[in-house]
Design a protein. Sequence first.
Lengths: 320, 349
Amino acid sequence: MITYLEAIREAQARALADDPRVYIYGQDVGAFGGAFKATKGLAKEYPGRVIDAPISEDAMIGSAIGAALEGMRPIIEVQFADFSTVGFNQVVNQAATLHWRTNIPCPITVRLPSGGTSGAGPFHSQSMEALYAHYPGLIVMTPATVEDAYSMLLEAVAIDDPVIFCEHKYLYYHLKADALPTEATPTGKARIARAGRDATIVTYSAMVHEAIACADELATEGWEIEVIDLRSVKPLDTDTVLASVARTGRLLAVGEAWPWGGVTAEIVARVATDGFGLLDVPPMRLNAKDTPVPFHPNLWGTHRPTARSIAAKLRDLLRL
Amino acid sequence: MLPAIAAPPQRLDQPDPLDHSFAQTYIRAYRWMLLARLTEEKLANLYRGGKVQGGVFLGKGQEAVSVAVGISLRRGDVFAPLIRDQAGRFAFGESILDCTRTYLGSRLGPMRGRDGNVHRGRPDEGMLPMISHLGAMIPVVAGTLLARKFRGQFGTVGATCIGDGGTSTGAFHEALNLAAVERLPLVVVVANNQYAYSTPNDRQFACRDLVDKAVGYGIEGHSVDGTSLADCLEVLGRAVDQARGGGGPQLVVASLLRLVGHGEHDDASYIDPALRNSSLGLDCLTLAEQHIVDSDWADGAALAAWKEDAQQQVEEAVATTTREPAPDPNEEDWCALASRHLRDGFVTE
Ligand SMILES: Cc1ncc(C[n+]2csc(CCOP(=O)(O)OP(=O)(O)O)c2C)c(N)n1
Ligand SMILES: [Mg+2]
């Protein structure tokens, strides 16, 4: 059995082994193996290529851009996605604009341990994908499975553009697969995680599993719910979403991030503008509440969508 | 017994003013400064005539320190100039057409109308295109040097310029600290022109002297009189040599005044007249010219010929650029990604 976290470690090991241009830079990633152990043992296996950085997200990401200009393929581990705000400027203004301005690519991978876990609180729980997806020039990946964590991270390193790799901390240990994948779905292609005909849930990252649990529950009542895993939120596979809505006529977009704007709003906007006629009822969205992410498990469990809250929303949608 | 040494060895940090090669370097630097000054005067005129899209940001009074950076670097080094570095850009190898094409929005310029004025460069030739966000270029230069360190490639240097105001950014601090930890051959040159836009230094920082920051980072600090080309050449030459020789990051702080507005829209009325009338307010270009005359390195006729030559280069570049096509929105592909197949079709339509 291999966990989501181990898949991320294995993908980095393979990237280091296959490509001499790859190095990993981040706080505590060296001998210590990273705050989550995503680089466990790699500093020893690849001496001089897995390096501890000072607590300087701006300089870490800025230096990765410089190294990319020199032909390297840096992987930056930000200790928690939340701290990427300190390096935000380098990502959105420097990395994201470089190719467009100069025709020279900027192949950096920024790994963001994202999303909520119980007890983590306002500053170790954030989902930043919508912020980054808003900017032209970035690819934003949100893998929901062990297989995708592995193959998409390898693809992130190979892609000639800056990739924001939003790996979900809740899935690190919870999610297991029998083996690493030997084949990969290309980035930009969504996945039908569960087929159904009565309604479509479009989601990504950890919420895919809440959505599937919800669909399983509703199946006992005779409903067949389709769950789409976007895999990457930018590019966003609108075709797969529209095709599903064409089959079901009902759409619920679910995300762990905050409700103002963001990925779920983008999905609803796209379906409303390009697939209005496919909808039998008005589309719905479900997001986290519009507050910082709470620390206490009682509050956190209600702040973010869960299988139960998704099911409640879905029952409304099906009743319409 | 070893024979006594006949003459004392020349100290490297004090160029002999009679040294032929020093005179040549000085004159080369002066001519880049002159070309920069005349280019910028032309750009200011074009701006006033409404011929420039966007702003114009000039380096009048800062040419000596800027040119000294550019001239101390070699092919293969990395340079990230900032807004007041026309002289340094020329000395590093930027063509005057790259400048006029970017300012005047020619499609043939390196930025193809996608970015303008001082935001230009050729990363594949070692000149990084600045983004506006002050401080942000320093970690990028550090990263190029980090990559070279990984590859075991030594002997090259990365240099970048910043203002007194830019030293207050987090990026400045983070990058200098990172470069110090990795002992990178990074030269950061602060043109301390006493103001950040209208903000005087006493509202910008509370340390006695910006060069004292070097101690805090554990790196070498150098102070230089930014109005003296000789001083700038000597100090920048030494700082770059030390970085190249494995001495780690170098912080150079030049004292001077900018002799123009922040941009051409600004009359700089906030600059303290006492500063203007102090030695900081001297014009480095005039002083350099005087130094050449006083040293008998050139006569009036030669100086006039150099001016004539520079002016002609400027006029030719502008004339060429004005005839060139502007960017065409219908031919623009509106794709920000290198991996075109990954663009988000819905958004780009
Ligand atoms: C991070 C950031 N904040 C604000 C600005 C707007 N701005 C542009 S130039 C400038 C003043 C810069 O002063 P200084 O660094 O001393 O350079 P100088 O203009 O004096 O050469 C400011 C505030 C900016 N470019 N970047
Ligand atoms: Mg200033």
